[in-house]
Design a binder for this molecule. Structure first.
Ligand SMILES: Cc1cc2nc3c(=O)[nH]c(=O)nc-3n(C[C@H](O)[C@H](O)[C@H](O)COP(=O)(O)O)c2cc1C
Length: 205
């Protein structure tokens, strides 16, 4: 499929459900982006210090948007102190940006186990070896930590470390942004309404 570069955003043609609309944009993004799963997740600690980093969006459904990481990482500590985050997804070839804000919770242990079990063994050993976001002397020390895990689990399946798992962002806001050639860009925000459903409103660019 060849998509026109910039498709104007008309709020009337958007789905009433932002999750469904996200899926439409997702299907179009996978045609033109090498790694559509790459999203920026911004957290903030208890002092309000914002902190953004890329992660991979590994699953999404009507409950929310999931990524996997080390619960003991900097982001893990931020989310412990302040369980809210903002996802940013940019689809450069289509001039699209999606912002999703919401509360963040850990996914169930069963979901984390299932995802961990699907990862290549090298990733699994890395999850045991890396104290993510902690300093380490040099790369050799890191490689030695991985080798140590290789020896520890030789000939056996690698279990999920308890410090590793998924987070789910449960959206309370979606913003879809569409680049327009005339620079009067389109922005539509979805916010939840009491009793269910979402309201969508155009905002100024
Ligand atoms: C494209 C891309 C994808 C990434 N995916 C993940 C991921 O899924 N999980 C993860 O823990 N880190 C991922 N990282 C590394 C993070 O950006 C970050 O360095 C790491 O999670 C530590 O962040 P923190 O110190 O803020 O916790 C990815 C980095 C890039 C550039």
């Amino acid at each position: 499929m060849t998509l026109p570069r910039w498709i104007p955003l008309d709020e009337a043609s958007l789905d009433a459900d932002p999750f469904v609309q996200f899926e439409r944009w997702w299907e179009e993004a996978v045609e033109v982006v090498r790694e559509p799963e790459a999203i920026c997740v911004a957290t903030a600690d208890a002092n309000g210090q914002p902190r953004a980093r890329m992660v991979l969006l590994r699953s999404r459904d009507e409950r929310g948007f999931c990524f996997f990481t080390n619960y003991d990482s900097r982001k893990g500590h931020d989310l412990e102190e302040n369980p809210r985050a903002s996802i940013l997804w940019y689809v450069e070839p289509l001039g699209r940006q999606v912002r999703i804000e919401g509360a963040v919770e850990q996914v169930s242990e069963a979901e984390s186990d299932a995802y961990f079990a699907s990862r290549p063994r090298g990733h699994q050993l890395g999850a045991h070896a890396s104290r993510q976001s902690q300093p380490i002397g040099d790369r050799t020390a890191l490689e030695e930590a991985v080798a140590e895990e290789e020896r520890r689990f030789a000939g056996a399946a690698v279990p999920r470390p308890t410090h590793w798992g998924g987070y789910r962002l449960v959206p309370t806001l979606f913003e879809l942004w569409q680049h327009r050639e005339d620079r009067i860009h389109d922005r539509v925000l979805y916010t939840p309404v009491d009793g269910g459903g979402w309201e969508r409103r155009r905002h100024q660019p």
